[in-house]
Design a protein around this ligand. Structure first.
Ligand SMILES: [Zn+2]
Length: 455
């Protein structure tokens, strides 16, 4: 019988794209399955040149080693034209830590017989994305996880723990094998509004005395980018809004609900109405009832919240419920001083109609670009310069700082630490001698090493 082992099929020396295969005897379970944000992907595909996802997705991605060659994982349909033959499922479950694309984006390729485990919040978010983007996550037996409630898959026992991240309902996992426990953080942070969840998960991981800690390290290594905590973002936005005498513009990640709340509350405090996109309106409506305490603004019922409609020839069904009460560029031009308007880079053409006065603040509440020659960043600044808008960088990261990573490693005290979801796994070496940057596709036995400090 195969002793318990873990194989890293993605997320190795790259940000995003974690794919952990955990095996114990005949039982094989996969954690997360999405595309990475790796330069390797960008070397072959850009927005105008994409894998043929509706025709031969696995074939096209395998060509450049962008997905792993795992027999018994992919659906018959996804394998069309590929040299990997379809076979009966040999992976028994997939667990998804959170609803970001780099963790869930390849679910549509998976055999429809393989159960996919997510919590209710993540399932709802994935459905909201399916509703508004035409993305399909595929037909699967969806299994709904409850926080801290164990799930058995053969010999493996998996316990999901809620953690804080820049999308709600993120999970870390404790995975108990016959030879020892693996703690897997998923993507997480220790400085966000739900930091207590992260603290509790780290404490539970330490108590489980895991043989291995699989930890994300997005911000490990050199990171010159400015980051605040959520309160720091709020303070910065308050300042910008107080100084603005016309409309204020803001851009944030579409499913960063904490940021949406921060912007809503900042707008209210400044006597402004927060104007969101149709997409955000759809998201808030879908998740409203699941949100703890129900304190989530909802279009149509919450004061000081409006929806912006871009001019379109045809609206999709999911957009229609919001159209009657929605405002347009003319409204924004007339009421600018009373508004904080969400505007994403992809919709910057609206600026041509909005005609914001010179000096209008644009709050970039997203990560600064990873590289200095970032094309999106150049285009964004060209537009800001053209309209003479004032740029403000105000962001709180969804990921742990290096100090937070170190404190997790120290608190968990695992014999082996596998850094994933990072371009700088070697940065973990300074946290102690237990760090072991994994190799792609290499299986690592679990439980063969003793806990630190033992002999
Ligand atoms: Zn990620």
């Amino acid at each position: 019988m195969t002793p318990p082992r873990i194989t890293f099929l993605g997320g190795v020396r790259e940000i995003g794209g974690n794919k952990l295969l955990i095996e114990d005897g005949p039982d094989r379970v996969l954690f997360d399955f999405g595309p990475s944000f790796s330069p390797r992907y960008d070397e072959f595909f850009v927005n105008y040149l994409a894998p043929r996802m509706s025709v031969s997705p696995v074939k096209d991605l395998l060509e450049f080693g962008l997905i792993p060659r795992v027999p018994g994982l992919f659906s018959r349909e996804a394998l069309t034209h590929s040299d990997l033959p379809h076979q009966a499922p040999d992976v028994h479950a997939v667990f998804v830590s959170h609803a970001h694309i780099d963790h869930a984006g390849y679910l549509p390729l998976i055999d429809p017989e393989i159960p996919v485990h997510v919590n209710e919040g993540t399932r709802t978010l994935l459905q909201a994305i399916e509703g508004s983007r035409g993305t399909k996550y595929g037909e699967h037996p969806w299994k709904i996880l409850a926080d801290r409630k164990p799930v058995k898959v053969g010999n493996l026992e998996i316990v999901p723990h809620p953690v804080d991240h820049s999308v709600p309902w993120a999970s870390g996992f404790l995975i108990h094998t016959r030879e020892g426990t693996i703690a897997y953080t998923g993507d997480y942070r220790a400085h966000g509004p739900r930091q207590k969840l992260t603290r509790d998960f780290v404490a539970a991981s330490g108590e489980a005395e895991p043989a291995a800690l699989v930890i994300e390290g997005t911000r490990a290594g050199p990171d010159p980018r400015k980051n605040f905590d959520e309160a720091g973002v709020r303070a910065g936005v308050d300042e910008v809004l107080a100084a603005a005498d016309g409309v204020a513009l803001v851009s944030y990640y579409p499913r960063d609900v904490d940021r949406i709340l921060t912007m809503y509350e900042a707008a209210r405090a400044a006597g402004r109405t927060f104007v969101v996109s149709l997409k955000t309106a759809h998201l808030l409506t879908r998740i409203h009832d699941l949100w703890p305490g129900g304190h989530l603004p909802r279009p149509g019922t919450t004061p000081d919240l409006l929806v912006y409609r871009r001019p379109k020839l045809r609206f999709d069904n999911w957009e229609k419920p919001f159209l009657d009460a929605a405002v347009d560029s003319e409204y924004v031009r007339a009421h600018g001083r009373e508004l904080l308007l969400s505007l994403d880079l992809v919709h910057f053409a609206e600026l041509i109609d909005l005609r914001p006065p010179a000096g209008t603040p644009f709050i970039h509440s997203m990560s600064e670009p990873f590289s200095e020659d970032d094309l999106d960043d150049r285009v964004l600044h060209n537009w800001l310069d053209h309209f003479d808008l004032r740029f403000h960088q105000l962001h709180a990261s969804g990921h742990c700082s290096e100090a937070e990573l170190r404190s997790t490693v120290e608190a968990v005290g695992s014999a082996t630490v596998f850094p994933v979801h990072t371009e700088h796994p070697e940065a973990f070496a300074k946290f102690g001698a237990t760090s072991r940057p994994p190799e792609l596709g290499e299986p690592y036995a679990i439980g063969t090493e003793r806990r630190r400090g033992e002999r």
